[in-house]
Write a protein that binds this ligand. Structure first.
Ligand SMILES: Nc1ncnc2c1ncn2[C@@H]1O[C@H](COP(=O)(O)OP(=O)(O)OP(=O)(O)O)[C@@H](O)[C@H]1O
Ligand SMILES: O=C(O)[C@H](O)[C@@H](O)[C@H](O)[C@H](O)CO
Length: 172
């Protein structure tokens, strides 16, 4: 299979709690592979963004329509796609697989609370404040044992994560 055909098959969600590096890693990986990158945060409704800006965690009911929009993009993508999406719970990932693609991959960026907090506190101009980390970690169900999952730690340099993920995608 040539590379442009292989590229069209890339269907990947970069997942993890707020501040784990989904946007940073997702954009860099998409650039490396030459596939479109979509920032999942940009697909939240105004009501969801307002809620998060006020420091109120989203509920399942808030997240379902957002997850369905993301699944729709995955399903309709013809040129391959990488999307950042917290996808914190197994039920959310099942929904993305069911409605998006059965071969959807997940790159999980795993991190310790201390480093996540540091990253959130040193980031400026984002509506998602560091005070939301506790609720994000409480909701998180790591994707252990699920199909097509790559887990990397946020302690490693961006370049290491991107190279490992690119190699994993190209080998799968
Ligand atoms: N591997 C890394 N090493 C060092 N810093 C990183 C790394 N990855 C991301 N960062 C930094 O951590 C911060 C959080 O990253 P980013 O905004 O990409 O996270 P996110 O998961 O998309 O967050 P959110 O879900 O809240 O939008 C940013 O300031 C980013 O520059
Ligand atoms: O599921 C959620 O609680 C949300 O998707 C959050 O994770 C935010 O979108 C993101 O972290 C803000 O930047």
């Amino acid at each position: 299979m040539n590379w442009s055909v292989a590229r069209q098959k890339v269907r990947l969600i970069v997942m993890g709690v707020s501040g784990s590096g989904k946007s940073t890693v997702g954009a860099a990986l998409a650039g490396r592979l030459g596939v479109p990158f979509i920032e999942g945060d940009s697909l939240h409704s105004a009501a969801n963004v307002e809620k998060m800006s006020l420091g109120i965690p989203l509920s399942d009911a808030d997240r379902w329509p957002w997850l369905d929009d993301i699944a729709g993009i995955v399903r309709e993508s013809e040129s391959g796609v990488i999307i950042s999406c917290s996808a914190l719970k197994k039920a959310y990932r099942d929904r993305l697989r069911e409605k998006g693609s059965s071969v959807l991959g997940f790159l999980f960026l795993a991190g310790e609370p201390g480093l996540l907090l540091q990253r959130l506190q040193s980031r400026s101009g984002h509506y998602m404040k560091a005070t939301m980390l506790e609720s994000q970690l409480a909701a998180l169900e790591p994707p252990f044992g699920e199909p097509r999952v790559l887990i990397r730690t946020i302690t490693e340099p961006l370049e290491t994560t991107v190279s490992a993920a690119a190699d994993w995608i190209l080998a799968s």
